[in-house]
Design a protein around this ligand. Structure first.
Ligand SMILES: [Zn+2]
Length: 162
């Protein structure tokens, strides 16, 4: 059993009972998350939809992330999306899938956030191992800010960076 700080216990007690209806606990869990965290994910998706976050997005994006990591081969290059501005196609680029999961993570109350973060840590470790860092990546967001580390990997459209 992991040690839990008293504060974390208190937060869990305060948040869970009145935020999750009993019928929500009967829904199938999302990926490998607990039923409680799955319910809190659904609450966050419904209550605070955003650019990347909407009902069902966490389940879909965890499935996309796992599918990418299951691809055969030693090293994987990130597929580029043909049209990044399109809500359907942008997730062909797995870095945007990871963005979406990060956005959802930040919407969760603490005990649930810790659980999803732990799950993402496991997948991220595999992602780091299976992809190639691109130290010269010049990818930036539309404000020119540098993107999170999962964008700075070698893409299929980059030649000669092995
Ligand atoms: Zn498109």
């Amino acid at each position: 059993m992991p040690r839990r700080r008293p504060g974390a216990l208190r937060a869990a007690r305060d948040l869970e009972p009145h935020r999750i209806a009993s019928w929500q606990r009967d829904l199938p869990p999302i990926d490998r998350l607990s039923r409680t965290t799955s319910a809190l994910v659904r609450n966050a998706e419904a209550a605070r939809p955003g650019y990347h976050v909407h009902p069902g997005s966490v389940r879909t994006n965890l499935a996309r992330y796992r599918a990418f990591l299951r691809l055969p081969g030693e090293k994987l290059r990130l597929p580029t999306s043909g049209c990044l501005s399109c809500p359907g196609c942008q997730y062909d680029d797995i870095a945007y899938v990871r963005d979406a999961l990060q956005d959802a993570l930040m919407l969760l109350p603490l005990p649930a956030r810790t659980e999803l973060r732990r799950l993402l840590d496991t997948l991220d470790t595999r992602f780091r191992r299976r992809t190639i860092p691109d130290r010269w990546s010049s990818r930036t967001d539309w404000l020119g800010e540098s993107l999170p580390w999962w964008h700075r990997r070698v893409y299929t459209d980059v030649r000669g960076a092995e």
